[in-house]
Design a protein around this ligand. Structure first.
Ligand SMILES: Cc1cc2nc3c(=O)[nH]c(=O)nc-3n(C[C@H](O)[C@H](O)[C@H](O)COP(=O)(O)O)c2cc1C
Length: 314
């Protein structure tokens, strides 16, 4: 059954479902598949790698005659990267994590719909002031990066809906099936933006081991941290945004995590020793290695008591 919302009317899509522009994972094939199925597929342009963009945008443009779009990390790209995407005539461009200001005018000139993903109310106000056509309210359940200190989807979406009205708002974070989409609509959203569920598909540009880990992983196996960004030497503004990853003892909590950071790492500023706050760490051996399972970041078990505690026997 097709549902008509402000989103479906604005973009001319059949279903109020948008593929999140997952950096590197949402390539042209996945975006085209979602658009062909009646949603809006967004290619994950992330850091704006020109070669990657040229390849994947050509795939989506060829792969569907339905509306599709692309998304970028605004803290990481310049206007040139967005202009490269606009050459392929996307129906929408989404901007996330950083000030969308420098990009909005150019996107609007092209005729594409401007979508802005927000993680707190200040970002939501800024998106409204800039005249975003669609605002994505991202709750902290979400996969990928999000607010270090945000609200979860259920309380956050209605706040943004009220603040942004009449601008259509999408709910993002923890939505993976029809019930989630129905819940998003009940909160006043015009649709749902979905990432993780689409990452575990054959069209996604991820190693099969990643899909397997997503399918086998349980919600309680994940947490938000900066470990991955430190390990790969990414320039993410970690004071504001953390990423959801499978948990490691290294990042589980301040006390246990502090004990389990390997000896090769030390706080960059000795006065700030909360080791799980990645921005205060640096590695003596120089640039961090790519993988969290590398020798540098493999944590030692923290010496904390077993949890849950064993029942006492009298
Ligand atoms: C693997 C992965 C990569 C992501 N990369 C981006 C990105 O590059 N740009 C962006 O705007 N959002 C990115 N996101 C966040 C999504 O836009 C969205 O907020 C999130 O996926 C929604 O939550 P869900 O994963 O529970 O569906 C990413 C999400 C995932 C899971």
């Amino acid at each position: 059954m097709a549902l008509t919302t402000e989103l479906t009317k604005l973009l001319g899509v059949r279903h109020p479902i948008v593929l999140a522009p997952m950096g590197g994972a949402a390539g042209g094939a996945l975006a085209a598949a979602v658009s062909r199925a009646g949603g809006l597929g967004l290619v994950g342009g992330a850091y704006g790698d020109r070669e990657w963009l040229a390849r994947e945008l050509a795939i989506v443009a060829k792969g569907t005659d339905q509306p599709w779009g692309a998304g970028f990390l605004t803290w990481a790209v310049d206007v040139g990267a967005v202009e490269r995407a606009l050459e392929f005539q996307p129906a929408a461009v989404m901007l996330s994590f950083g000030d969308p200001g420098p990009f909005v005018g150019r996107i609007r000139e092209s005729g594409a719909v401007v979508m802005v993903q927000v993680t707190d109310l200040d970002e939501a106000r800024r998106a409204v002031d800039l005249g975003a056509d669609v605002i994505v309210a991202q709750g902290t359940e979400s996969g990928g990066h999000g607010a270090r200190r945000g609200r979860s989807t259920l309380p956050f979406v209605p706040l943004v809906v009220d603040l942004a009205a009449p601008v259509p708002v999408l709910a993002a974070g923890g939505i993976a099936d029809g019930r989630g989409v129905a819940a998003a609509l009940a909160l006043g959203a015009a649709g749902a933006l979905i990432g993780t569920r689409f990452q575990a598909t054959t069209e996604a540009l991820v190693d099969p081991s990643v899909s397997k880990a997503i399918i086998e992983g349980r919600g309680q196996d994940t947490e938000r941290n900066s470990v991955l960004d430190i390990a790969r030497g990414a320039r993410w503004p970690t004071e504001k945004y953390t990423a959801r990853t499978l948990a490691t003892p290294t990042s589980t909590d301040g006390a246990a995590g502090k004990q389990s950071w390997p000896a090769t790492c030390r706080p960059a500023r000795p006065t700030r020793t909360t080791c799980h706050e990645g921005r205060f760490l640096q590695c003596r051996s120089g640039r961090a290695r790519q993988s969290t399972s590398s020798r540098i970041y493999r944590p030692q078990p923290a010496s904390s008591p077993p949890w849950p505690p064993k029942p006492r026997t009298h």
